[in-house]
Design a protein around this ligand. Structure first.
Ligand code: SF4
Length: 362
């Protein structure tokens, strides 16, 4: 090892030191960029950012998005998609840019065209309409939503009235209720139970949307059972693993947060629920944003602990954008807090797998 020395003098140039360093024969010029000098306050030292893990994409969303991508690659644009494939405006905009056309109803799709059904599921009436219009369909309904459809069909077949806990107008609720519209009663809120009346001895069963607040749903079920002791349970949880895991995670890191930021779109049920769950758990403030551009700087006033998560339809680059926004304002790197491992992966819809195989791409 040769002698190490410094050539010349390291000079401060406002934002950098410049000079040279190396052994006597091979001095290397160097510049040390220091960025804007910043004095750390006591508040900075206390700052922390916690990042929920798991967060973001679930298996059903991942499958639905990949379905549209692969359909575009295989069949070419345009590929029609009934409703938003998943409830995230960035995902929808990206797929639109690649040639997907999102429609509200099937009468907007030209006869004979290919249409993908979204992760939220559709009623039998929509399947029948697709057949009538000679559409080629690819069903990207999440298998965990399909499971609830099967439960609805079975309860209906056995003569039950189904008390479907969910939000009116949500596509998933429309699809599930459509399995047995005459035998389904929507229950949106625990207080709705007070207004329900059924003949004595009526066969009653409850089901739910997959993306609800676990705690509120259990409260609704508790009140239903108190009023109708004969109430039948679904064979397994309808609120899916991803919804449950994300709620557990935000309770863990959000309960004593000064600020919780949930990344997700306004029509994403599970994202909206994460804000509610964080506030119920004790967070001082919680907001939902589609991306970092929607963060109001005023939310950060006096805030030391920020917890960040995202809904099940949110690509992680949007979360990274939020962390970057915080870093630029003096918050440290986020520390991920793991509360559950997720490894579930769903196979692509069978219609698409068949066509990929026929094209030699499977
Ligand atoms: Fe499926 Fe749950 Fe994801 Fe909905 S949130 S797509 S039910 S895994």
């Amino acid at each position: 090892m040769g002698r190490v020395g410094v050539r010349g003098v390291l000079r401060w140039a406002g934002s950098a030191f410049s000079g040279g360093i190396g052994d006597a024969d091979r001095l290397v010029d160097m510049t040390i960029e220091l960025g804007t000098p910043r004095v750390l306050s006591a508040e900075d030292a206390e700052r922390q950012v916690l990042l929920a893990d798991p967060r973001g994409y679930c298996a059903g969303v991942d499958r639905a998005v990949v379905t549209v991508e692969q359909a575009l690659d295989l069949y070419g644009a345009p590929v029609y998609v009934r409703k938003q494939i998943v409830h995230n405006k960035h995902v929808v905009a990206n797929l639109e840019a690649r040639g997907a056309i999102f429609v509200e109803e099937l009468d907007e799709v030209p006869s004979g065209a290919t249409v993908v059904f979204s992760a939220h599921g559709v009623s039998p009436a929509v399947h029948a309409q697709a057949t009538e219009r000679n559409l080629k369909t690819i069903d990207a309904t999440c298998p965990l939503v399909t499971k609830v459809h099967h439960e609805a069909k079975r309860f209906a077949r056995e003569g039950y009235t189904i008390l479907l806990i969910g939000h009116e107008g949500h596509e998933e609720v429309e699809g599930t209720a459509g399995e047995a519209p005459e035998q389904t009663v929507l229950v949106e809120h625990p207080d709705d139970v007070d207004g329900l009346e059924f003949p004595g001895g009526a066969k009653l069963a409850w089901l739910s949307q997959t993306t609800l607040s676990v705690d509120e749903t259990m409260e609704t079920v508790r009140r239903l059972r108190a009023k109708f002791p004969q109430l039948e349970d679904p064979p397994s949880d309808d609120i899916c693993y991803a919804t449950q895991n994300r709620q557990v995670a935000i309770k863990e890191i959000g309960a004593d947060a000064d600020l919780v930021i949930v990344v997700g779109s306004g029509n994403s049920s599970n994202s909206v629920r994460l804000v509610e769950v964080a506030l119920e758990a004790g967070a001082k403030a919680a907001y939902r944003v589609d991306d970092a551009s929607e963060i109001d700087e005023a939310w950060l006033a006096g805030v030391e602990k920020v917890s960040v998560t995202s809904g099940a339809s949110v690509p992680d680059d949007l979360v990274q954008g939020v962390l970057g926004f915080l870093a630029e304002r003096g918050y440290p790197d986020a520390r991920a807090v793991l509360t559950a491992e997720e490894s579930l992966v769903f196979a692509l819809p069978k219609e698409l797998r068949r066509d990929l195989k026929a094209a030699g791409r499977a």
